[in-house]
Design a protein around this ligand. Structure first.
Ligand code: CA
Length: 227
């Protein structure tokens, strides 16, 4: 289920919006402060962010999310039309904005467009997509554009887990556990080797990755857009 983090301190806006998002089938996390939002931001697939929050400026919330390495799409709500350039143009890291007052239908359309654009969302029950890479879990097949990737069972599993969490860091321990389970042959060196083989098959370069970024001391992230 796609999880939307709604950060808005005005209940007159937040409540109807949360209901509308839930009706659209999203799981909604509602927060009225920037601090509350930052605590749960890593769990969100998309953030709807009001700029005028009681504790932290919304722009700083967006900057912090980006500084923490999350590429989660951010849709800004602002009554400050004069700040729109700042929001999307400069370093705040928002992807789109809607000025208040807004029409609900328009906002929902923007949300859908952003989720489509970033990929990584579940387009089908068992299809995972990010950039031009697609994994059909049911059929156990992986594609890059129109080309089918010839992957070993472990490489396939690795790609599946990375794509499932595309845009987020998957910790090394998570990959070890999900791909190798309790297999004693699975060591952290094995993981690095398989990542390297997977990169080669994707034509990816570890030094300048397009798909799989190494997050030092943590794990790996499958990028939802070219970096
Ligand atoms: Ca506000």
């Amino acid at each position: 289920m796609t999880r939307v983090l709604l950060v808005e301190d005005d209940p007159a806006i937040a409540e109807p919006l949360a209901r509308a998002l839930a009706r659209e089938g999203y799981e909604v996390l509602s927060k009225g402060t920037g601090r509350g939002a930052l605590e749960v931001a890593s769990a969100a697939d998309l953030v709807i962010l009001d700029l005028g929050l009681p504790d932290i400026d919304g722009l700083d919330v967006a900057r912090t999310i980006r500084a923490d390495g999350y590429v989660t799409p951010i849709l800004v709500l602002t009554a400050r039309a004069d700040e729109v350039d700042l929001v999307v143009g400069l370093d705040a890291g928002a992807d789109d904005y809607v000025t208040k007052p807004f029409r609900l239908a328009e906002l929902l359309a923007r949300v859908r467009a952003l989720l489509r654009r970033v990929g990584g969302e579940l387009t089908d029950e068992d299809e995972l997509v990010a950039q031009d890479v697609r994994v059909d879990v049911g059929a156990h097949r992986a594609f890059q554009g129109k080309r089918e990737l010839q992957l070993t069972a472990k490489e396939f599993e690795l790609l599946r887990v990375l794509l499932r969490d595309a845009g987020a860091v998957v910790e090394r321990e998570t990959l070890m556990r999900e791909v190798w389970g309790s297999d004693p042959a699975g060591s952290t060196k094995t993981l690095d080797m398989h990542i390297s083989w997977l990169r080669r098959k994707l034509g990816d370069d570890a030094a300048d990755p397009r798909y799989i970024s190494t997050v030092r001391g943590m794990g790996f992230r499958f990028e939802t857009s070219e970096v």
